[in-house]
Design a protein around this ligand. Structure first.
Ligand code: MTE
Length: 342
């Protein structure tokens, strides 16, 4: 297949952001509450903000999403003190979710999500496990103590955000799956519902459903997080409702959204973007300013705060999480090299 069709169009223009009117509505609401971006950043423990029905992107939280445990108390270990939070409206209106492809503007996912009805949702577990499992997700979420973590989020396209996620550690879920010692990797497969997901129906050149994978030592790292919410509320559909992975030391595409299936394997599975463009997207895909993408630098990034407000900052090794994950990657380049795929 021609590269021009397969290209994820990563590296889009800033004009692909939120509509002005949606932003202005949100802004008005925020001003009424007397909170600006700094206010959001300093709200302790709970970042819930009420919804304005005209907000558009923020109105895409499924009505039947479980809300027990929301807003969750913040785990103070995971903070990003040097940054303000990205404004919630921007984080839910500037998205990558190819199941909802929008030919005109790939980032504008939220207007396309209305047919997608995530709940009820089942999560299946198979492969190298004691016993195959199928969980009802609402029951699973209710059995998990939820917490909030603020993480840096870095896309391979060299834009970034700072987001408060609600969820639970992936290691807790993996313990419940009871994998055999023969498992070396875990594969995550995402939703397959072409009737609800216009991208799956139209963009037939992609190998649907989306799939990703981790080594077991990565999957049980303390940072690996299953998010079921953000900004104190359940996930909007465009952000991966009903559940997604957040791996803050890796590029965003390693974090699959709308996961339906975990499979424990004995060897390294393939991944969606690696199989499509192996010369650009590797298996590990750790954030690393020393390894340029073949088509652009990864030494710096656009840190997005709200529509039209962003700062150019230097990218940090492992996105600033070296102390958590550095030991997992002795071969990761610590000084500049040319484009290599890892
Ligand atoms: N998961 C699925 N199922 N489909 C996708 O297209 N895109 C990935 C990742 N997970 C994607 C996905 C990419 S490229 C990024 S950067 C993040 O989701 C974007 O998450 P966000 O839209 O919440 O910022």
């Amino acid at each position: 297949m021609a590269n021009i069709i397969l290209s994820p169009n990563w590296a889009l223009k800033e004009t692909d952001c939120t509509t002005k009117s949606a932003y202005t509505n949100r802004r008005k609401f925020v001003t009424t509450l007397g909170l600006g971006a700094i206010g959001f950043a300093t709200l302790g423990g709970c970042t819930a903000q009420s919804q304005d029905p005209d907000d558009g992107p923020l109105d895409k939280i499924p009505e039947n999403a479980p809300r027990d445990g929301f807003p969750a108390s913040r785990n103070e270990t995971f903070q990003v003190p040097e940054r303000e939070l990205t404004e919630r409206l921007l984080a839910s209106s500037y998205n990558n979710f190819y199941e909802f492809i929008n030919q005109g503007n790939l980032k504008r996912v939220w207007p396309l999500v209305d047919d997608y009805k995530p709940f009820p949702w089942t999560l299946q577990v198979s492969g190298e496990v004691e016993k195959k499992l199928t969980w009802d997700l609402t029951e699973l979420i209710q059995s998990m103590p939820l917490e909030e973590r603020i993480y840096r989020f870095r896309c391979v396209e060299a834009w970034s955000m700072t987001v408060p996620w609600t969820g639970f550690p992936l290691s807790t879920l993996i313990k419940k799956c009871n994998p055999n010692s023969s498992a070396t990797h875990v594969k995550f497969t995402c939703v397959s519902r072409p009737d609800e997901l216009p991208g799956q129906k139209k963009a037939t050149w992609y190998p649907w459903p989306y799939f990703e994978a981790l080594r077991m030592d990565e999957a049980i790292n303390e940072l690996a997080f299953v998010a079921v919410g953000m900004y104190g509320e359940p996930l909007p559909k465009q952000n991966g409702s009903p559940l997604r992975l957040v791996l803050p030391w890796k590029y965003g595409y390693k974090g699959p959204k709308a996961i339906t299936h975990l499979e424990f394997t004995r060897k390294q599975p393939g991944t969606f973007w690696n199989e499509l463009q192996p010369r650009e997207y590797g298996f590990l895909s750790n954030v690393n300013p020393n390894i340029p993408h073949p088509r652009w630098t990864q030494a710096s990034e656009r840190l997005m705060l709200s529509e039209g407000v962003e700062n150019r900052i230097r990218t940090q090794l492992f996105n600033g999480y070296d102390e958590w994950v550095g030991d997992l990657y002795p071969d990761e380049p610590r000084s500049p090299v040319g484009p290599i795929i890892r």
